[in-house]
Design a protein around this ligand. Sequence first.
Ligand code: ADP
Ligand code: ZN
Length: 219
Amino acid sequence: MRIVMLGPPGAGKGTYASRLTKILGVPHISTGDMVREEIRAQTELGRKIKQYSDKGELVPDEIIIQLLSNRLEKPDAEKGYILDGFPRTINQAEALDKISKVDLVINLNVPDDIIITRLSNRVVCRKCGAIYNLLTLKPKKEGVCDKCGGELYQRRDDKPEVIKERLEVYRKKTEPLIDYYRRKGVLKDVRCDSLMTPPEVIVEQIMKIINEEEKKGKD
Ligand code: ADP
Ligand code: ZN
């Protein structure tokens, strides 16, 4: 199944996708991770991208569409995928339509106050990308990744000023995608109204939707 995770920054797209990938056996493709990987590798492209991502702005469509379409050509994406952080503009969604058919879009609804609290308390593993939250999803040992022992750090774009900008960018550029996919009949809503809802609960709701969709596909 080809799935898109849609929702504001901090909605939990990456957290849920990294769990769903294990259950479903299809790759979790995060354009945010790909962007950070390019920046870390200090490629020419990485240097260009950094100016945008540090400020919470979107990387230009043509760059990100190129990165994503290269990734989707890899053999592991043939059986399906979970896209996290892509598409983020109508332009990107139209480009995706040209290279692949989307079966299901999970739209995560999360109130702004939860997003801001979550993002300001988020830390990420430098080595494996695992996501933690200092309020709700703490690592066993402070500053150290449970999974691989890597160092945990706060993303540069998780600073309060940048969070505000990212939310504005989301409202303006990404939110129109909700209507875009609703009209195609592939959008399903999932709500998260509490900071304390464990990821497993949401993952279970998403799995229920996926199973129903798969059943429909077979009928
Ligand atoms: P978030 O936690 O805000 O969802 P991501 O980790 O998905 O953030 O992305 C981090 C940054 O990488 C974004 O703020 C943006 O600059 C860039 N980026 C990631 N995906 C895209 C995309 N599809 N289009 C444009 N820029 C992107
Ligand atoms: Zn790790």
